[in-house]
Design a binder for this molecule. Structure first.
Ligand code: 5GP
Length: 210
């Protein structure tokens, strides 16, 4: 992922941290691309197939695994989730910024395959606020919320693997987005991502070599 190749941005975070809202707002404001995952979980009220997720049966999901159709997939609280390969690879070839909103096991697999990916961990300011958001959302049964909170304990252990931790405070979506945008912009100037550009500068300097 250098010079003209696009940038892969992984956004993870505890359930209820507001990753979905932040990711969609980033796409809207900055024109980033958002990868739509496949999942075997049931659609929530208002979720649309092909927009929020590609909803699949377990057989459908696993047959695409056999065809190497995902760049990563993982199980999360009893269901499969995976990132379709083609959209991500095509978008990177076109030089786009691509956001993957995925959980921590998936993020680790992405880091192995795409070492230049930027890994962001989004969190609410406190666990109390997080739990209240999750309950207030009203989309999950109490036992599912308990499972997601227990999963958060494991997820917290993986935070050190991420490059950045970003706070998503209530009513401060713009600040959160601006922070992520500035991270992405700064990363684009990283020397390791500008190898072709640096080579072209050196090429231009050749005639002045002693
Ligand atoms: P939810 O059921 O709340 O939509 O998602 C549950 C978790 O799965 C979230 O942490 C979400 O980021 C993650 N997730 C969504 N899509 C993918 C994916 O393609 N791969 C992985 N590894 N995790 C995903």
């Amino acid at each position: 992922m250098m010079d003209n190749r696009g940038t892969l941005v992984v956004i993870s975070g505890f359930s209820g941290a507001g990753k979905g809202t932040v990711s969609r707002a980033l796409v809207e404001k900055y024109g980033y691309r958002l990868s739509i995952s496949a999942t075997t979980r049931q659609p929530r009220e208002g979720e649309q197939d092909g927009k929020d997720y590609f909803f699949k049966t377990e057989n459908e999901f696993l047959s695409l695994v056999d065809y190497n159709g995902y760049i990563e997939y993982a199980q999360y609280v009893g269901h499969y989730y995976g990132t379709p390969r083609k959209f991500v690879e095509d978008s990177l070839d076109e030089g786009q910024v691509v956001i993957l909103e995925i959980e921590v096991q998936g993020a680790m697999k992405i880091k192995e395959q795409y070492p230049d990916a930027i890994l962001l961990f989004i969190t609410a300011p406190s666990i109390e606020i997080l739990k209240n958001r999750l309950v207030g959302r009203g989309t999950e049964a109490p036992e599912v919320i308990e499972k997601r909170m227990r999963r958060a304990v494991e997820e917290a252990e993986s935070i050190p693997v991420y490059d950045y931790i970003v706070n998503n405070e209530e009513g401060k979506l713009e600040e959160c987005m601006a922070q992520i945008h500035s991270i992405i912009e700064s990363e684009a100037c990283r020397v390791s991502r500008r190898k072709n550009f640096i080579a072209s500068l050196k090429e231009g300097l050749k005639e002045y070599q002693g």
